[in-house]
Ligand binder design. Structure first.
Ligand SMILES: N[C@@H](CCC(=O)N[C@@H](CS)C(=O)NCC(=O)O)C(=O)O
Length: 211
């Protein structure tokens, strides 16, 4: 059975929601960050970077949220959580998946882990504050990108929506939380209406307010 190594609310939330969307049987395995379990010898064998999540699917051990998510949607194309390979819509899907992972989530890493980017308290604070400004710029672009469409790709749901939902949630303590931007707020509400999304949130022990 598929095993998803997780910590409540962490980057695992995207593949977790997708697993529920796909209706696949899987097991959640807690990596207790509070006890530094992500640095344990056992976990580092699965993911030498000590980052969460990691997915174990038979003999395959895979980490990186976007890679796990792409693997899952590719294993189950019938679910339609990604457009057909080779289509222009698939290219757009890749664009947003990589942007969310590589640009927005990376900026969020400097916000949440600013102490890893500088030594002195004043500079750490400056890194954090500047990251927040950059994140807000990106969220504003995503808000504009949604326009009057319900989903990242327009009228069709894809796993990029689950990714965006997770990052919108992560921004909940920003001075301007992304859910207060009109289209991102509607997008988050739309995603929250999905049973798979609620099952994943509850499965990780998260409760209201989610944002
Ligand atoms: N690019 C990685 C980032 C994963 C990541 O940074 N996860 C955080 C939790 S959201 C983590 O493991 N933090 C623990 C640490 O860095 O010590 C991914 O998307 O899987």
């Amino acid at each position: 059975m598929i095993k998803l190594h997780y910590y409540p609310g962490s980057a695992n939330l995207t593949p977790h929601m997708v697993l529920h969307e796909l209706g696949l049987p899987f097991e959640l395995v807690l990596v207790d960050r509070d006890k530094n379990a992500h640095r344990s010898e056992e976990y580092l064998k699965l993911n030498p970077h000590g980052r969460i999540p990691t997915l174990v699917d038979g003999d395959l051990v895979i980490y990186e949220t976007a890679a796990i998510t792409l693997h899952l949607v590719d294993r189950h194309p019938e679910a339609g959580l990604a457009p057909a390979v080779g289509s222009p819509a698939r290219a757009r899907f890749y664009q947003w998946m990589v942007y969310l992972a590589n640009t927005l989530q990376a900026a969020m890493h400097t916000y949440f882990y600013s102490e890893q980017y500088a030594k002195t308290p004043a500079v750490i604070e400056e890194v954090r504050a500047h990251s927040e400004t950059r994140m807000l710029e990106m969220f504003r672009i995503l808000d504009a990108q949604l326009g009057d469409k319900p989903y990242v790709l327009g009228d069709t749901l894809s796993a990029a929506d689950h990714y965006l939902f997770m990052l919108t949630r992560w921004g909940r303590n920003m001075q301007t939380p992304p859910r207060t931007l009109p289209r991102l707020g509607r997008h988050a509400e739309r995603m929250l209406a999905r049973p798979a999304v609620l099952r994943a949130l509850h499965g990780e022990g998260l409760s209201t307010p989610y944002f």
